[in-house]
Design a protein around this ligand. Sequence first.
Ligand SMILES: [Zn+2]
Length: 461
Amino acid sequence: MKNRIQVILLIVAVFSCAGLSADGGKALVGGTLINGLGSTPIQNSVILVRDGQIERVGTVDTLPVPEGYEVISTEAMSVLPGLWDMHVHLMINGHSDYSYWDVAYADKLASEIMPASAVQLLLAGVTTARDLGAPLEDSLSVRDRINAGEIPGPRMFMSGPFIQHAAYPGTEAFRWGVEGERDARAKVRTLAEAGVDIIKLIDQDEMTYEEAFAVVDEAHKQGLKVVAHAHRPDEIRRGLEIGVDNFEHTGLAAAPEYPPDVMQLIKERTATGRVRGGPLYWTPTVEGLWNYDYTRDLPEKLDSSCWHRGLEDSTIEDIRNSIAEPSELLYFQLTPKRKPTLIRKVTQLRDAGVVLLVGTDSGIPMKFHCQSTWNELDVWVRIMDIPAMETIQSATYWPSKFMGVENEWGTIVAGRHADIIAVKGDVLKYINLLQDVDFVMKGGVVYKQDGLPIEENLQSR
Ligand SMILES: [Zn+2]
């Protein structure tokens, strides 16, 4: 008798595990589908999902739900590809003091901090994210554990350590300085061989030309793209000269706009996009700057518990204390002077034919992973006057194209990974509905439904 019960329990266990991967199929039925390709939304859509993939896409008139499929209603909802955030920092979580944080939490990054950041992104509807700067082993471990289904999180692209002229004191674990061309190549090769997905380059204007060129040249030889900071005019000039693939941040501090010679260089690059293997990409990361004074004066959103998930109580307390007085944060002192320049700079880039990508710098002081991404889309649409459809493409199709996986995921097309989110209402008219995503599916697994986390699928294994 006891044996029989054990056998039955075993069968139940096997079936419930199998339910996560080789499921009987799911059908998302009824919502307005924005597929990420920029075309007219499809009303009364039907998406069939099986074995983690999108099997077919149609409408209630053209695509009947086959027998045995679990029907999930998306009536009255906008349905779109899982969002991408192209600039996150899993190793930080809103704390205001980096030099303290980098020491105090160095041993907890892979076990606590980065997994917490990852699950917070996922529940915010971010099913793919690019992490730009963290210790190498921690980065790869977190990415690989997510991919193995051991911990929940977005599909991650990891840069590992920054490559730069010289590490800032105390940050050697995630910033690698280079000395000479050979060293630049060697460091890039070390990262490539370890398995990073992209190279993050900063301060390229402080390197010799030979060093900076070697970083990009070696990365390209290793099949990796290079994403680089654009804070200073010379950082942009040098970056364009050496063939950087994607710039980050609007930069230029409080200066009102990009100078004419920089704009000329950018336009020459966007004019040769096809020759160089693709357009020039830029991740402006504006929302943290744009929202700073609002958050300082109305800090209510910092009281949300959405950023607590996955963190120890003591960590939460530590972060909360560090941002208790938002107006005293030195990190943001120049921000009010930068804010009025952001619209002009983003408009200059967009008018020059640059492909903008949604990214946030999520994790910087007061910027929580559960809140940053929708804020970026909101600022683009509401403040920067970028159409919602274009903005959504910059958070779905274009990032997937940049990372070279556009045939695998990033849009809602048959044959792609089933990374799908849904939210009540019309996101093309009200983009800020994305602050409360009702449904999150990644690889066919549902992590959030009816606005609530599905805890059994969010457990670590
Ligand atoms: Zn960043």
